[in-house]
Design a protein around this ligand. Structure first.
Ligand code: ATP
Length: 201
């Protein structure tokens, strides 16, 4: 059996946008990934209390966003498992499912900055390498993070990509104010949002 290189892209994807797609495509390209699994979060612990679109809407939107890319696939690994939904146990689960493969956990620079505060980040880097894309406004001091989480630097790769100042938060704000989100999300996702009146309230 030949081993594969698998990207895992967890996130709220509320909604999925071009920043996500660009991160995944550049990671796949530079790290020679066979596949990137987009794994929408069911009930992310850090976003409790905020209103988010239902997992089924987010899954449907991710499916549309990635439909034309043969290297991208939707994963229900996080939505279909019982909570609490921490990243470390999702990664450990995937490492069990793909014991012969090399896992890369994709994340933006903003997420890496807080990474040492996550639950059991040592479990994450024991099971996967990190593939990080810079994000505007997110300065990272990897060496001070290494002091808190030994082994981090050796397990982290930076992905070269244009910095994209698109976030799901600004997209939701724009929708609330009836501003255009064209070219920030795939056309099919924009249609899905408009037809269902998501993010208006
Ligand atoms: P929100 O604004 O609701 O926090 P988001 O746009 O950051 O959402 P998430 O679904 O929370 O989207 O992000 C999933 C992952 O994608 C995170 O690791 C995040 O850092 C990364 N990411 C999202 N947008 C970008 C971007 N424009 N550039 C780089 N990384 C990004």
């Amino acid at each position: 059996m030949t081993s594969s290189r698998i990207g895992i892209f967890g996130g709220t994807f509320d909604p999925p946008h071009l920043g996500h797609l660009l991160l995944a495509e550049n990671a796949a390209d530079q790290l020679n990934l066979n596949v990137v699994l987009f794994a929408p979060a069911a009930d992310p612990p850090h976003k409790q209390g905020e209103r988010i679109a239902s997992a089924e809407h987010r899954l449907a939107m991710v499916e549309m966003a990635i439909a034309d890319n043969p290297r991208f696939a939707l994963s229900r690994v996080d939505v279909d498992r019982p909570g609490p939904h921490y990243t470390f146990d999702m990664i450990a689960l995937l490492a069990q499912q793909y014991p012969a493969d090399e896992l890369y956990f994709l994340l933006g620079g903003d997420a890496l900055r807080d990474f040492t505060q996550w639950n059991n980040p040592d479990v994450i880097i024991a099971n996967a390498r990190l593939a990080v894309m810079q994000r505007p406004g997110a300065q990272i001091d990897l060496s001070s993070m290494e002091a808190e989480l030994p082994g981090l630097i050796a397990r982290t790769t930076f992905v070269n990509a244009p910095e994209i100042g698109i976030s799901a938060t600004t997209i939701r704000e724009r929708l609330r104010r009836s501003h255009s989100i064209r070219y920030q999300v795939p056309a099919a996702v924009e249609r899905y949002i408009t037809e269902r009146g998501l993010y208006l309230g």
